[in-house]
Each structure stands twice: as structure tokens, then as C-alpha cells.
Design a protein around this ligand. Structure first.
Ligand code: HEM
Length: 512
């Protein structure tokens, strides 16, 4: 064949192929644009949009609405575009497939009052270099495997103090406020990890007010606030949330500053840095500043970091413990089964250690079942789309708030058999875990924003629960039957039991 004919044929084939490519790309673009519709949602009222549908317990209202509008539902909350996710498949898309795009944060009014959105590992977007630095510090200095290992005796000692306190109440046959007692334990575990002191006291006369300030602060941040839906109202501070947050934080920062200054003074008298076994987190962070290893780190950043760790790490663990005890008191057979397992492993007069937990599969199942029914953060921490993303064929546009309703996923009858029953047996012999790989059970979130305190929280909750079940039998106060123990919830930064659980410990063995 003539060379010119071959060239002409070659050009013709190229032309056909490129035309085909252009047409098919344009079509598929059009198709994806067509299919990526706005997620369905309830009709909106002028100005307020869907705010009237939110209610006191948004996780419950959103669950009910999702039965009509599906697992990817859009809501307009005043000026705030929101998408609520209510199925494991959709959660996987948000927390894994589009994790990078959907890992921004929309900080609320009270957080802004102290400029915390600029400095906080919880509220900075994951695209921020400072967020990456703080996550690195968490993984290497604060909750690193070495530090978790080095502080295991500390946790056992703090739980022993909890058991001693319960033992005194047992002698007086007094009911104990489980939430308050376990909050003091988790507070002291965290405060010792961070700067080697107890900040909580079981004796209310000895209390320094720190624990009440942390609780008050979390209430102010978790309170509903009109300014979150209408930013123009911020300056009015209609619900006083900005004022309360500022006051609470100033009090906590004063306490932190006292410890930081004392450490700086002590450090100046020392030649070498302490090693990980006898240094705490603040020591380690101050060493980084002295060495000039992290230019971004200063005492102001450390104060905000400590604030995050106290607010994210105390109430979440203690309220999980309270829910576990409430469920076990409502299900006496389940409690007896968990107690029998612990006694079998520990023997008669021992002390539960963290290393025993791996030999207690039923106890672990009780903890998972508690997380399924009572996740401490039922909508996780709100995320924000940093650009457009398509979730199960629906378009989530830039700046939309994304809420993953893990509470609803935990109660979905399409996912769980008898979803409203407390049945730890469902987890026995199953691989499913809370560590962010199983999207039907993600109480700690998943992906890049997964809770960095997960390991510490699991250890603390399991150790507290196992120790309380090992040392005591538990009775409800006279007049409260296990059948009528209420499970009412109050939504806030953490999902609380509305009526604090009171129970009477009855000593089972000698407590050292
Ligand atoms: C039962 C206990 C706990 C539960 C259920 C829990 C749950 C969560 C959840 C759901 C998130 C948000 C994840 C997301 O955005 O997708 C989170 C974030 C966080 N948690 Fe926890 N948490 C617990 C204990 C702790 C502890 C003990 C600490 C540390 C001492 C901690 C520190 C944090 C921090 C710093 C973040 C923010 C991470 C970020 O936004 O990058 N948490 N936690």
C-alpha cells in the first residue's frame, strides 16, 4: 500500500478513536452530573428551613426522618446546609472513600468565642498543618503505645481508688452516683497522664471545682445555639453560650498555666530531659519547645491542646461506663454472666489488670454492645465538606455540614437483629470491632479523624467496668426495679443519661 494511504488511514483511525473518547467522556460527565442529585430531605419553611424538626434529641429526630428520606438526607438548618448519613454503606463513603474531602470542621459559636477553631485538634480542618502537627504529637507524645504502656499502673491505681470509694459507700449501704464517681476516675487518669496530679476528688468537700468547670464547659459547647444556624446573631449571644464558654475556659487555662509555669521552673533546675517512664505529657511538650523541634508549638497551643484532651477524654469514657452499668442493672442475667467470667479469670482475691481484659471476651462484648446502643457522640463531631463529593450518587456540596448518625446505624433493624435489646452475645465469635473498620459500629469515627484516644478509652472503660463487677454486686435503690430503670437520654457534646444512675454496691470480697 502507498505510504500516503497508510498515513491517511492512520489519521482516520486516530480521529475516530479520539472522537469516541471525547463523546464518551462528555456523556459520562453529563451522566454523573445528572445522577448526582441533591439528597432528598423534608420540605423547608422560609428562613428557618428544617430547624423546627431538630428537637431536643437530634439523633432521634434525624433517625425518624431518615425512614422517609433515606440514608443520605439533606436538611437546611437556618443558613447551614446539612447532610445526615444513616447507613453503614453511606458512612463508609464519608469516612473512607471521601475521607479527605469530608474531614473539614464547622466550629460553632461557643468554640469561636475563645478562638479555639484556630488552635484545636478537634476543630481545625484536617487540611491544616497545625492539625497535622497536633495529631502527630498525640500519636508520638500523648497517647503513644510507649506512654500507654508506661501509664498502665497509674490506671490500675486510679481504678483502685474508685473501688475504695465504692467500698466506703457499700459499708454505709449508700447509693452512688455512678456518673460522678467514674467521671472523677477518668479525670484523674487524664490529669495524671498530662501533668502528674489529681484534679478530681471523690470527697465533694475537697473538690477544687475543676470537675464542675469541665462539665459546665461541655454543657455550654453542647447547648443548642441559634447563632450556629444564623451566624449574624453571634454578637447577641442569645443563649449566653459564648460568655459561659469564655468564663469556663479562662478558669481552666489559669489551672493549666499554673502547672506549666511550675514545670518550666522545675525544668530550669534540671540538666537532662526526663525519660518517658517518669515524664508526663506536659514535660514532653515543653522539652520540644526548649529544643526548638516544633516551631509551631508554644504554651498557648499547649493550653488549647490540654483543653481538648480534658473535654474529649473524660466525660465520654465516664458516660459510657454509666450506660454499661445501667444496661447491666436492667439485665441482671447479663450482669451475672459478665461477673462469672471475670471471677473465673481473676480468681477469688485478686485485682483486675489491663492484661486480663483480653481473656474476658464477654466483658468486651458488653462494652461493644454499650457503644452500639449508647455512642458517646451520636452524630460524631460534625464534619464539613471542603469541596464537592458524591455520596451514594448524591451530591454533597462544598461547605455542607456532614453528620454521621452512628446512634441510628446502631439501632437499624436492617443491620442488627433485635436492635433495641441489650444482647452482648451478638458479638461473641464475630470479628466486628469499634476500631473504625466496621462501618456498622463506629462510635469513635473512622478515617483520618478517628478518635486518637480510642485505645486509652477502651482500656479505661473496660478496666473500670471489670473492677466494679468483680468487687461488688449491685442493687438499685429501694423502689426502683430493674424493669423500670429509665434509659432517657440528654443530647449534648456527650450523650448523657438524663437521670444519673444511682446504684448500691454490695461488697463481694475483701478490698485491699
Ligand atoms: C468512650 C470514650 C470516647 C469516645 C466514644 C470518643 C469518641 C470520639 C469521636 C466520635 C470523635 C470524632 C471522630 C470524627 O470526627 O469522626 C472523637 C474525636 C476525638 N477524641 Fe475521642 N472519644 C473517646 C475518648 C477519648 C479520649 C480518652 C481521648 C484523649 C484523651 C479522646 C480524644 C479525642 C480527640 C483529641 C479527638 C479529635 C480528633 C480530631 O478531630 O482529629 N477521646 N472521639
Amino acid at each position: 500500500m502507498d505510504i500516503k494511504v497508510i498515513q491517511a488511514l492512520f489519521l482516520f483511525v486516530c480521529f475516530i478513536l479520539s472522537s469516541f473518547l471525547i463523546i464518551s467522556t462528555t456523556r459520562s460527565r453529563r451522566r454523573s452530573h445528572r445522577t448526582a442529585a441533591t439528597p432528598p430531605g423534608p420540605p423547608r419553611l422560609p428562613i428557618i428551613g428544617n430547624i423546627h424538626l431538630v428537637g431536643k434529641n437530634p439523633h432521634r429526630s434525624f433517625y425518624d426522618l431518615s425512614k422517609t428520606y433515606g440514608p443520605v438526607m439533606s436538611l437546611k438548618l437556618g443558613c447551614l446546609n446539612s447532610v445526615v448519613i444513616t447507613s453503614p454503606e453511606a458512612a463508609r463513603e464519608v469516612l473512607r472513600t471521601h475521607d479527605q474531602i469530608l474531614s473539614g470542621r464547622s466550629s460553632d459559636n461557643s468554640i469561636r468565642s475563645i478562638n479555639h477553631q484556630e488552635l484545636s485538634v478537634v476543630w481545625l480542618p484536617s487540611s491544616s498543618p497545625r492539625w497535622r502537627l497536633l495529631r502527630k504529637l498525640l500519636a508520638t507524645k500523648v497517647i503513644s503505645p510507649q506512654r500507654i504502656e508506661a501509664t498502665k499502673a497509674l490506671r490500675v491505681n486510679k481504678v483502685k481508688e474508685l473501688v475504695s470509694f465504692m467500698s466506703e459507700s457499700s459499708e454505709r449501704e449508700e447509693a452512688v452516683d455512678i456518673s460522678r464517681a467514674s467521671f472523677i476516675t477518668t479525670l484523674n487518669i487524664i490529669s495524671n497522664l498530662l501533668f502528674s496530679v489529681d484534679l478530681g476528688s471523690y470527697d465533694s468537700k475537697m473538690s477544687n471545682g475543676f470537675q464542675d468547670t469541665v462539665i459546665g464547659l461541655m454543657e455550654a459547647v453542647g447547648n443548642p445555639d441559634a447563632a450556629n444556624y444564623f451566624p449574624l446573631l453571634r454578637f447577641l449571644d442569645l443563649q449566653d453560650n459564648r460568655k459561659k464558654t469564655k468564663e469556663g475556659c479562662e478558669r481552666l487555662f489559669r489551672v493549666f498555666r499554673g502547672f506549666i509555669d511550675a514545670k518550666i521552673a522545675e525544668k530550669s533546675t534540671r540538666d537532662n530531659p526526663k525519660d518517658v517512664t517518669n515524664s508526663d505529657v506536659v514535660d514532653a511538650l515543653l522539652d520540644l519547645i526548649t529544643k526548638g523541634d516544633e516551631a509551631e508549638l508554644n504554651t498557648n497551643v499547649i493550653e488549647h491542646f490540654l483543653l481538648d484532651l480534658f473535654t474529649a477524654g473524660t466525660d465520654t469514657s465516664s458516660s459510657t461506663l454509666e450506660w454499661a452499668m445501667a444496661e447491666l442493672l436492667s439485665n441482671p442475667k447479663t450482669m451475672a454472666k459478665a461477673q462469672a467470667e471475670i471471677e473465673h479469670v481473676i480468681g477469688q482475691n485478686g485485682v483486675v489488670q489491663e492484661s486480663d481484659i483480653s481473656a474476658l471476651p464477654y466483658l468486651q462484648a458488653v462494652v461493644k454492645e454499650t457503644f452500639r446502643l449508647h455512642p458517646a457522640a451520636p452524630l460524631l463531631v460534625p464534619r464539613k465538606a471542603e469541596s464537592d463529593a458524591e455520596v451514594l450518587g448524591f451530591m454533597v456540596t462544598k461547605d455542607t455540614q456532614v453528620l454521621v448518625n452512628v446512634w441510628a446505624i446502631g439501632r437499624d433493624p436492617n443491620v442488627w437483629e433485635n436492635p433495641n435489646r441489650f444482647e452482648p452475645e451478638r458479638f461473641l465469635g464475630k470479628e466486628i470491632d469499634v476500631k473504625g473498620r466496621d462501618y456498622e459500629l463506629t462510635p469513635f469515627g473512622a478515617g483520618r479523624r478517628i478518635c486518637p484516644g480510642l485505645t486509652l478509652a477502651l482500656k479505661t472503660v473496660s478496666l473500670m467496668l471489670a473492677s466494679l463487677l468483680y468487687s461488688f454486686d449491685w442493687k438499685l435503690p429501694i423502689g426502683v426495679g430493674s424493669k423500670d430503670l429509665d434509659m432517657d437520654e440528654t443530647f449534648g457534646l456527650t450523650l448523657h443519661k438524663t437521670n444519673p444512675l444511682h446504684a448500691i454496691p454490695v461488697k463481694k470480697r475483701i478490698i485491699n
